[in-house]
Structure formats: structure tokens, C-alpha cells
Design a protein around this ligand. Structure first.
Ligand SMILES: Nc1ncnc2c1ncn2[C@@H]1O[C@H](COP(=O)(O)OP(=O)(O)OP(=O)(O)O)[C@@H](O)[C@H]1O
Ligand SMILES: [Mg+2]
Length: 606
């Protein structure tokens, strides 16, 4: 996130936001036309006072009011008395002006919402599109809560800025311009006196704006934390109870929420203090105005009616100026949020330098001196890994936790790029293939099973929902030993899993994930501890069917179970990022190395 302050970046931000607004150009123009109508009608309603008052005294100043001039040219007074004439003309003009103002208000507000909601929708979808395509290492940097908060809270902030704030700026800005123009028309000297205090008001606005942005950024970041803590705690109800961590978790939440409260209060303080200051300045201006206005020299240029109209216009200025100073906080919040959202949108998607198309790989895999450390982390996770895996073989990876087994698989999927060395598929470096083509060759059941809050059908056919038919789905589920329990569910394949499949048992979740991989029908199958949550019986059944699935595919299994390991064509023993040995079960046992000791500790005895 960039923390740039100052003018140039602001202008760049505005310009970029305007590009979004430009997409809804027609609605925007209609809205502005509406607001122009609204503010002009507002001014003319003030001008109507002049018409009314001056008609009382048969005044000789009738010429000065805008409405009275217009009405007189449309409908000559003839020999009617001024009061009789005004009795009809003033109410009629008031109704017409009120109608114009009403229509203007509707057009302005509604069409500005069309623009604002459109901008928000676009921004939100663009951020989402960018987020699901960024490299894994970028996602690793954020907590899930932070990411969710970007899509919800930050986007809403921009929406506030672009609907409420834009509306206020245009409506009240135009009203101010129209009122000032009218005042200048009535008496320019007096108007200039009134505006002697303008620089002071502008100063307040500027200083306040700077504070608003700073607090808004902090509020935004703390909302990310609040969201994260909420998500985390909602999905850890059992742990919180069993580890008696309610107090601890509540304290963390309290701290995050408290920080958010304090920053919001600071924002509210600046906001609450800036309006009265602006009001006081305005009152001073009015006081000076009254003093000058009652000066006989100036007074002689006014009719009583036009003097009242002038003061009415000057007093009317108060409200729009107040809302304009207030709206700053919304704008600054929106700018701070859009800065962050644009940074997300600008994050480059996963780099795909590969040109080669790949329809169906044979499945020869070669790890060639692969070393790797996670970005921003100096530890070496994989160290000079050399391994040749012929197509169609089943290879088991064993080793202590943290040995780097999952990481090795992730490099094969090109989630990360090795620091040195390379990986080849069918003799070609994997980075030469188009990313999508490469990933189509690999069915991955990862260590952390992920199910979506959707139907079982959609979960198993994830990514190719429209191509899978019932027969192939059933076959995949049968292979994964999942058909029996799916069939027993009330809605079968169309059962909707709530909350990421929480209502299923660990083994059931695992079998659905296996079925998903089976349905993908890829030449390479990676099972990362895929059978760990199964009981002995279903494991034996899944084993048998996996062997069926494994035939004709290169299968990489990370397993703690003896049965899986023993059946493998090759067992790779890993420790601290290195391959210690790669051989069959029998030879490894005779070597009496790490494998034998892991075996004796009973990694396969469950
Ligand atoms: N996203 C990540 N960022 C930084 N370090 C990571 C990340 N993922 C894993 N590591 C580190 O890399 C090392 C290897 O992790 P890996 O998940 O590959 O181990 P593993 O052999 O699969 O272990 P297990 O059997 O427990 O699954 C560990 O020290 C781990 O802390
Ligand atoms: Mg692992």
C-alpha cells in the first residue's frame, strides 16, 4: 500500500476515479443538468422575496429582481395594481420554481446514484478479478479478513465518496456559485466585503482534509483487522471453548475495535469542530455585511425588497458551505480507500511467460537441482532437490513435518518459482508451458481440504460445472468411495453444503476432494496426505480405488500411512528440504536410515 501524500498523487487519484465516472457519462450529464436546475431554482426562490416585498410599496425598483423581470416580460401588468398583479404572479412563480427544483433534485440525485453504484460495482469486480489472479505469494501477505474487508468496507467507502460526496459537491457547489452570482448581480461591492473571510474558510477546509485522510487510512486498516478477528473466531468456536480462550480472543477483538473507535473519534472530532468554525467565520462575514448594508450610501442603491433578497441569499449560503466542509471527511475516506483498491487492481496477475501449448502430458517429471525459499523469508525450504519420476509411476514422499514435501508439490504447480534449478515435464521446463495448460495436467488434493458453500455437484465438478454429467460425477464419487454417503443425503448430488462443508465428517470431506481430483482426469495426480482423515476401512477402500485411478497416471502421494507407502514404486525420504534417499520399501528398510526409524516410530501403524 502506498502511503504517498500530497498534491500530485491526489490529482492522479481523482483523474483515475474520473475515468470510472466517464463510463456513465450520459447519466452524469443528466445529473448535472438536474442539479443546475435545482440550484438556479433555489436562487430564484430567494429572488422571489424581492418581488413580493417591492410590490407592497408600489416600489420604483421593480426592475432589479430576476423573477419579477421575467414575469413582467411574459405577462404585462397592464393597469392592474402592483399588489393585485403580485397576488397572482408570485404564487404562480413560486409553484413553477418549486416544480423545477423538485424535478432537478430528482434528476440530480437519481442519476448520480446510477453513476456512483456503477463505479462501485466496477471497482468491486475489478478488485475481485485482480485478487483471484495475483500470485500466491501476494495473497500470502494478507490475512483473509484483510482481503474481505477490502472488498466490503473499502469499496463502501468509495461508494460513499462517489455518491453522497459527489452529489453534495455538485448540488451545493452549484448552489453556492448561483447564490454568489446573484449577490454579485445585486451589489458587487457588498458581495466582495462578504467574501473577505473566504481565505480563512478555505484554510480550515485544507487543514481538516489532511487530518481526515490520515485517520481514514487507519480506520480502514483496523477494519481489516476487525474483520479478520471476526472470521477467525467464528470458525474457531470449538477451539475457543476447549482452550478456554474466550477471554483472550475477546481481548484481542476489544483492542482492535478500540483502535478503530479511537481513530473514528478523532475523525469525528475534526469533523465536529470544523463545522462550527466555518459557521463562526460565516457569521462574522454576515455581521460585517449588515454593518455595511445599513450604511446610507449603500442602502440607497437597494430597494427594501432587494436588500432582503440579498441578505436571504447570503444567509442561504450557510447551509451549502457547511455541507461542503462536512463532505470532506467522506471524500477523504473515499480517496484513502480508492488508493488502496487501485493498488490491488494494479498488482500484476500471475506471470505466465509460457508459450507452449500442452494438450495431454505423458507425465515424466524431473526435479533438477531445485532450491527454494519463501519470498521474504531467508530460510531455505528446499535444498538441491534432484528427482526423476517416470510417467505412470506411483511415488510416495515421506518425511517429518516441515521437510518441504508440500512445498515441492506447489513448485510443480507453479504456485512459486524455484530460487534455483528447474522442473521439467516430459523433458520441457514447466515454465515454458502456458500456465493454464500446465495446471490442467495436474489434479491436486491439497493438505487443507477446501469445499465451497455450494452443491455437492458443483463442488466435485468445480471449475467445469457445465461439462460434467451425472454419470461421470457418480463414477468419480464411486472411485473416491464417496457415492454411498452422497446418495444417502436428502438431496443427493444437489445437497447444498453450508459453510464450506462443515457438516460433513473429515473423511467425507476428504473423499469429496478426492472425487474432485478424479473427475479432473489429469495425467498427474498429487495427493497431499489425502487419506489421513479416513478410518481403516474406508482408507483400504479408497486405497484400492486410488490404485485404479493411479494406473496410467503419474501419482505423487504424500502419506503417513504404511499401506500407501508400501505400494509405491518409489519412496522418497525427505528431511530439511533435502532428499535423503529414494528407493523401494525393502531396500530402505535394510539401509536403516530415517525411513526405517520413521517406520519404527509407527508412521504407518494407525
Ligand atoms: N507460505 C509460506 N510462507 C513461508 N514459509 C512457509 C510457507 N509454507 C510453508 N512454509 C515453510 O516451509 C517449510 C516446509 O513446509 P511444507 O509445508 O513444505 O512442509 P511439509 O513437508 O509439507 O510438512 P507437513 O508434513 O507438516 O505437511 C516449513 O518450514 C514451513 O514453515
Ligand atoms: Mg505438507
Amino acid at each position: 500500500m502506498s502511503q504517498k501524500n500530497g498534491q500530485p498523487s491526489d490529482i492522479a487519484l481523482y483523474r483515475r476515479l474520473l475515468k470510472y465516472v466517464a463510463i456513465y457519462g450520459v447519466a452524469f450529464v443528466l445529473s448535472i443538468v438536474g442539479f443546475i436546475g435545482y440550484s438556479v431554482a433555489n436562487v430564484l426562490l430567494a429572488d422571489l422575496t424581492q418581488f413580493l416585498l417591492d410590490s407592497l410599496g408600489e416600489s420604483s425598483h421593480m426592475g432589479i429582481g430576476l423573477v419579477s423581470q421575467a414575469v413582467h416580460s411574459l405577462w404585462p401588468q397592464g393597469d392592474m395594481s402592483a399588489v393585485d398583479y403580485a397576488r397572482i404572479a408570485v404564487p404562480a412563480a413560486a409553484i413553477v420554481l418549486a416544480l423545477v427544483r423538485a424535478v432537478g433534485y430528482f434528476l440530480g440525485n437519481y442519476f448520480m446514484n446510477i453513476v456512483a453504484r456503477g463505479v462501485v460495482h466496477r471497482l468491486r469486480t475489478e478488485v475481485f478479478d485482480a485478487l483471484i489472479r495475483v500470485p500466491k505469494q501476494v495473497i500470502d501477505r494478507y490475512t483473509h479478513g484483510e482481503l474481505v474487508s477490502k472488498l466490503t468496507f473499502n469499496v463502501e467507502q468509495v461508494s460513499g465518496a462517489s455518491s453522497e460526496a459527489l452529489k453534495t459537491i455538485i448540488r451545493d457547489g452549484l448552489t453556492v456559485v448561483a447564490l454568489v452570482a446573484y449577490m454579485l448581480y445585486l451589489n458587487w461591492q457588498l458581495t466582495l466585503v462578504f467574501f473577505a473571510v473566504t481565505p480563512a474558510i478555505a484554510g480550515v477546509v485544507l487543514v481538516v482534509g489532511r487530518h481526515f485522510r490520515r485517520y481514514s487510512r487507519r480506520i480502514q486498516d483496523s477494519m481489516g483487522e476487525v474483520t479478520q478477528l471476526s472470521n477467525e473466531s467464528m470458525s474457531a468456536f470449538d477451539e475457543i471453548r476447549m482452550f478456554a480462550a474466550a477471554d483472550q480472543q475477546a481481548a484481542r477483538f476489544y483492542a482492535a475495535s478500540q483502535f478503530n473507535r479511537i481513530q473514528s473519534l478523532k475523525l469525528a472530532f475534526v469533523q465536529a469542530v470544523s463545522t462550527p468554525i466555518a459557521q463562526i467565520l460565516l457569521a462574522i462575514a454576515l455581521a460585517i455585511l449588515f454593518w455595511f448594508a445599513l450604511d446610507p450610501k449603500i442602502l440607497s442603491g437597494f430597494s427594501p425588497g432587494s436588500l432582503v433578497a440579498f441578505i436571504a441569499a447570503a444567509t442561504q449560503l450557510g447551509k451549502p458551505i457547511r455541507t461542503l466542509t462536512n463532505v470532506q471527511s467522506i471524500i477523504q475516506r473515499g480517496l484513502a480507500a480508492s488508493e488502496d483498491l487501485f493498488a490491488q487492481i494494479d498488482t500484476a496477475p500471475e506471470r505466465d511467460g509460457g508459450q507452449l501449448e500442452l494438450d495431454h502430458a505423458r507425465g515424466d517429471i524431473h526435479f533438477d537441482g531445485v532450491s527454494f525459499g519463501y519470498p521474504g523469508d531467508h530460510r531455505i525450504v528446499l535444498n538441491e532437490v534432484n528427482l526423476e519420476i517416470p510417467a505412470g509411476k506411483m511415488v510416495a514422499f515421506v518425511g517429518r513435518s516441515g521437510a518441504g514435501k508440500s512445498t515441492l508439490m506447489h513448485l510443480l504447480c507453479r504456485f512459486y518459482v524455484p530460487t534455483s534449478g528447474g522442473i521439467q515435464l516430459d523433458g520441457t521446463p514447466i515454465e515454458h508451458f502456458r500456465l493454464a495448460d500446465l495446471r490442467r495436467q495436474i489434479a491436486l488434493v491439497s493438505q487443507r481440504i477446501v469445499l465451497f458453500s455450494d452443491t455437492i455437484r458443483a463442488n466435485v465438478a468445480f471449475g467445469h460445472k457445465h461439462r460434467a454429467n451425472d454419470a461421470s460425477l457418480r463414477q468419480a464419487l464411486e472411485t473416491a468411495q464417496a457415492w454411498d454417503f452422497v446418495e444417502a443425503l436428502p438431496e443427493g448430488l444437489d445437497t447444498v453444503l453450508g459453510n464450506g462443508g462443515d457438516e460433513l465428517s473429515g473423511g467425507q470431506r476428504q473423499r469429496l476432494a478426492i472425487a474432485r481430483a478424479v473427475l479432473k482426469d489429469a495425467p498427474i495426480l498429487i495427493l497431499d496426505e489425502a487419506t489421513s482423515a479416513l478410518d481403516n476401512e474406508s482408507e483400504a477402500a479408497v486405497q484400492a480405488s486410488l490404485e485404479q485411478v493411479a494406473t496410467g497416471r503419474t501419482t505423487l502421494v504424500i502419506a503417513h500411512r504404511l499401506s500407501t507407502v508400501e505400494r509405491a514404486d518409489l519412496i522418497v525420504v525427505m528431511d530439511q528440504g533435502r532428499i535423503l534417499a529414494a528407493d523401494t520399501h525393502d531396500s530402505l528398510m535394510t539401509e536403516n536410515g530415517l525411513y526405517a526409524s520413521l517406520y519404527q516410530q509407527g508412521f504407518g501403524q494407525q
